[in-house]
Design a protein around this ligand. Structure first.
Ligand code: IVH
Length: 719
């Protein structure tokens, strides 16, 4: 414990000045620890104590308030800043499978995509899924040039100096390696090192860490390489990015090369053929799991042959040639103390169980999502029973809570024997708890069934929806406005002063003008802001007046349009105007624009429909029009490698194909930057016609569109 501090009223001015300087540094340090995704070093109560002391000293000596005082800082301290590195090849994630059935489906889909009978001829590798931090390490002429975290998959953080301190990662490779080598794998901390570190932290009276994964992440994502070096991080190599030359033609072969080059590789990796063998290896690894000195959360299966991996290619986020078979999640018992309703950006009313805090798999859980009305009753999304009839979730119930990896904790089941006599069934609200509008469950047009989600019908009227939308708009992957986080949005949204109010996204960009022309209150005079931070805030807003197209599309908050879909749309349409115009035209479900939208790989009908609906709503149009008076979206970069002769061209496949399945042909064309459409029009560049082609071929001839057979197509795209 620190020594007792001098009471504030006894401080001399010079002592006070020295203490304020010390507090500013100390609080900044803890902010960084906290917000840098690492575990904090002190408890929340101790942190609040420091802030209160700072305020008390400042209250007595207002003349000593420092420019960098914690009381003047808006929101969180910035993350430690690492330079960004754009990955030469995106770092993808993996699809998850949870059951033997899912594994069978995965293997089946590989054979189907390749147009082969499932005859057990395709080899798969199976290896542990390490619960660490993925890393891409680049070598040029055998020397380590940089290392980057996964980040959003496209760009990551440059953590080269920290990575160089990891003993297991070579800084130099043998002389005969290809000129460019990018080795990818997982940085992790062993369970034993994690426990030893926590013992030491506890002995020093410091806050302990949550789990090895977060500790490894925190040890890397901080700016001092000495800290990384002291943490004894480890590494397993299992994948690669850019390679000027491939030193093997199988997954197994590649990993063997990595081993020869000095990288640690996982000893439990095996090459297998049948689904049965794969599942039995999964079970074997599961049995070994408690004895391994590193955390794993499943087994990864990959198609072994690299030429097949190449043919299988990728979906938007993950490869078709790999999947992660996850281990069952960890569970614990606790009580439901309360059920609250949260209203999200799209008006969904989500019930949340407030739980008596409980540790599940090493993490303290206090909340669990209850998803929707049916889930509380024990009914799943397709109307099936997920719990026994009387096992509805009630306040006061003892429940089984499950947590899997980073997924939000779930309430699995109720221990009915422990239900208190006076527990009553939960009644789902019929009105939005925020705005009082009716809350309804829509009927699905196709199935005629009730939707599982209850939605507030208040739309723009509902404060919760409006605020959540703004928070989404300024979030890191959308407009990413520094100094404008959730806390500040709450402040501006609720403000009654017209020169300070922000109710819709365009208001953010008119704030400075309103402040300069007719301020009732000056922002800099408001507690928590101050002159410097206001200037920085306006600068940060100004910087976003030019914005990448995909960020703008994502920020609009269209239902089902996440970051990945936004990127697909930006790349496909190129400019905002082209996108918006196409979406308006796509309202005609018989037209070309609708089929073009649906032809984008990774965009299905539900997503397509949501986008079109969004653009049909005149109020959305009005807000966007105001927004576009303030910000300029940059055009997206041209699709894929411009060296590809089919980049930007529209292709239609018709008739039967012999060398590819239809899915494969489409995926391959799209990976080369072509658009694949379902029908022939004036905009079609090529029609690839196989035997049995009919009306589409006729139409192509009629319109004078270039027609070719499969072999000619292969020649065109280079084999
Ligand atoms: S392969 C294109 N193999 O899991 C596929 N990933 O959920 C590249 N991970 O981001 C990944 N162990 O951080 C692969 N043996 C393993 C892995 C592994 C852990 C992580 C990796 C990835 C995440 C996907």
């Amino acid at each position: 414990m620190p020594a007792e501090k001098t009471p504030v009223e006894d401080l001399a001015e010079d002592q006070a000045a020295a203490e304020l300087a010390q507090l500013a540094a100390e609080i900044a340090h803890h902010d960084e620890r906290y917000h840098g995704h690492d575990a904090p070093e002190i408890s929340d109560a101790d942190y609040d104590g420091l802030k209160r002391r700072n305020e008390a000293v400042e209250a007595r000596f207002p003349q000593l308030v420092r420019d960098d005082s914690p009381s003047r800082r808006v929101g969180a301290a910035p993350l430690p800043t690492f330079a960004q590195i754009t990955h030469s090849r995106p770092m993808l994630s993996l699809d998850n499978t949870f059951s033997d059935e899912d594994v069978r489906d995965f293997v089946g889909s590989v054979y189907r995509f390749l147009g082969q009978l499932p005859d057990g001829s395709i080899a798969f590798t199976a290896e542990p899924k390490i619960d660490g931090l993925s890393m891409s390490i680049r070598y040029e002429k055998g020397r380590l040039v940089h290392a980057a975290t996964r980040g959003d998959g496209t760009t990551g953080e440059n953590v080269t100096e920290n990575i160089k301190t990891i003993k297991e990662i070579p800084n130099r490779l043998p002389a005969d390696v290809p000129e460019v080598v990018e080795v990818r794998g997982e940085v992790y901390m062993t369970k034993s090192d994690f426990l030893a570190l926590n013992e030491k932290m506890a002995a020093d009276g410091k806050q302990t860490y949550v789990n090895p994964r977060n500790t490894a992440a925190g040890s890397l994502r901080q700016l001092d390489p000495k800290v990384t070096a002291s943490r004894n991080l480890k590494f397993f190599a299992y994948a690669w990015g850019e390679m000027s030359e491939l030193p093997a033609d199988t997954q197994m072969g590649m990993v063997e090369r990595f081993k020869e080059w000095g990288f640690p590789v996982n000893p439990l990796m095996k090459r297998l053929f049948s689904v049965e063998e794969v599942i039995s290896h999964y079970n074997e690894i599961g049995l070994k799991r408690p004895d391994l000195d590193y955390e794993i959360d499943g087994v990864v299966y990959k198609v072994d042959r690299l030429d097949l991996q190449q043919r299988l290619g990728f979906r938007s986020r993950s490869p078709r040639w790999a999947t992660a078979h996850k281990f069952p999640a960890e569970q614990a018992f606790t009580h439901v103390e309360r059920i609250d309703i949260q209203v999200g950006r799209t008006g969904a009313l989500t019930p949340v169980a407030r739980l008596t805090p409980i540790t599940v798999g090493g993490v303290v859980v206090t909340n669990a999502t209850l998803h929707n009305e049916d889930y509380i009753k024990g009914i799943g999304n397709s109307g099936e029973r997920i719990r026994a009839e009387e096992h509805d979730i009630r306040v006061g119930d003892t429940v089984i809570v499950q947590r899997a990896g980073d997924v939000i904790p779930q309430v699995l089941d109720v221990v009915i024997e422990k239900r208190p006599h006076d527990a009553v069934a939960y009644e789902f609200p019929k009105k939005c708890p925020v705005c009082g509008s009716h809350a309804v469950r829509e009927r699905n047009e196709k199935t005629g069934k009730l939707d599982s989600v209850t939605r507030c019908t208040g739309g723009f009227v509902c404060r919760a929806q409006a605020i959540e939308h703004l928070k989404h708009f300024v979030s890191r992957t959308a407009f990413d406005i520094e100094g404008l986080g959730a806390k500040q949005i709450d402040f501006f949204f609720e403000n009654e002063d017209p020169s300070l109010q922000v109710r819709t996204a365009p208001d953010i960009f008119t704030l400075q003008r309103r402040q300069e022309s007719s301020p009732l209150t000056k922002l800099e005079n408001i507690e928590g802001f101050g002159r410097v931070s206001v200037r920085k805030l306006f600068e940060a807003i100004g910087e976003r007046r030019s914005i990448a197209l995909h960020r703008l599309i994502y920020a609009l908050g269209i239902r089902h349009v996440g970051e990945t879909t936004a990127k697909l749309l930006a790349r496909h349409y190129g400019s905002y105007n082209a996108f918006a115009e196409a979406m308006r035209e796509a309202a005609d479900a018989a037209g070309e624009a609708w089929s073009d939208l649906n032809s984008i790989e990774g965009i299905g009908e539900i997503v397509a429909r949501a986008i079109v609906e969004f653009f049909k709503e005149p109020r959305n149009g009005a807000v966007i029009a105001r927004l576009l008076e303030e910000v300029t979206p940059q055009d997206a970069e041209a699709v894929a490698a411009s060296s590809s002769p089919v980049a930007g061209k529209t292709v239609v496949f018709t008739g039967s194909l012999e060398k590819f399945t239809r899915d494969e042909a489409k995926a391959r064309a799209e990976s080369l930057g072509a658009k694949v459409a379902g029908s022939v029009s004036k905009k079609t560049d090529y029609v690839v016609a196989g035997p049995g082609a009919g009306s589409k071929l006729d139409k192509a001839r009629e319109l004078g569109v270039e027609v070719m057979d499969e072999d000619e197509w292969l020649v065109l795209i280079g084999g």
